[in-house]
Design a binder for this molecule. Structure first.
Ligand SMILES: [Zn+2]
Ligand SMILES: [Zn+2]
Length: 261
């Protein structure tokens, strides 16, 4: 499999996963125009997309959905709760929605997709893992907390897209109102750099070779800070972040390099 993020962070999330000429998009939180421009720049014809998978209904994950589905009529795989939310907000989606209960698996040839519930303040959020060609990629962002379901879902992944949203001290000392701070740091908010690094470490312990830190906050994080925190935690556990794994932070507003899974 090949994975690249097209955008990552609170201003928009979209990831492309490809294998044997099949292409999926995970979330579409940037404009349809940006998605098609990025795909074309990556050498992928937007008409060759086979499906869209949506983690949850927050606008940084669905901003491009209405235009994208109008133009390309893609089937949308998401949880029943997210599907209901999308129907409330957008007309004409009923025929495209393919609700999948969190925890269920399905075939989307050549991929085997498995979903898992996540703890986040949306209707029924979920994450995804993808298996193809004997390899596994896991996609885990927008996690208030790492639950046993998340841990067991990402086990055995060769590549992990892992939330690394904020530095806890930066949030606490920053200008956000108390309610927003409590939301970000709460069990249905976002994963801190440290918590994300611990999730990555457990995945590396099970054989993961590539970790892409994702969904970085623009206000409460920087790519360098997220990477430094992860490197420190990996080193303390005996993992050399330069030699043993490929560790990178997904760029906020342009496509990442291509990662082979
Ligand atoms: Zn969200
Ligand atoms: Zn988000």
């Amino acid at each position: 499999m090949e994975l690249r993020t097209l955008a990552s962070g609170s201003s928009g999330n979209c990831t492309l996963l490809s294998h044997e000429g099949a292409h999926l998009l995970i979330d579409c939180g940037i404009s349809c125009r940006r998605i098609t421009t990025s795909l074309t720049a990556c050498g992928v014809d937007p008409n060759s997309l086979s499906a869209l998978l949506i983690t949850h209904e927050h606008s940084d994950h669905i901003a491009g959905l209405a235009t994208l589905t109008k133009k390309y009529s893609l089937p949308i795989y998401t949880s029943p709760g997210t599907a209901r939310q999308l129907c409330y907000r957008m007309a004409g989606l009923d025929d495209l929605l393919r609700p999948i209960a969190p925890g269920d698996s399905f075939d989307l040839a050549p991929f085997r997709v498995t979903t898992f519930p996540t703890s986040h303040d949306a209707a029924q959020p979920m994450g995804f893992t993808f298996q193809a060609g004997g390899r596994k990629a896991a996609f885990a962002t927008d996690l208030g907390v790492v639950t046993p379901e998340v841990l067991s879902a990402v086990t055995g992944a060769h590549l992990l897209v892992c939330e690394s949203n904020h530095d806890v001290d930066w949030v606490l000392s920053g200008p956000y109102p108390y309610v927003l701070k409590r939301r970000i740091l709460g069990e249905q908010g976002h994963l801190s750099n440290e918590a994300g690094a611990r999730l990555a470490l457990s995945c590396i312990g099970q054989g993961a070779k590539t970790v892409l830190l994702a969904h970085l906050s623009a206000e409460n994080n920087t790519p360098a800070h997220a990477l430094m925190t992860a490197e420190t935690i990996l080193r303390a556990a005996g993992v050399d972040p330069l030699r043993d794994v490929t560790l990178a932070a997904a760029p906020r507003s342009e496509p990442s390099p291509l990662y082979e899974v």
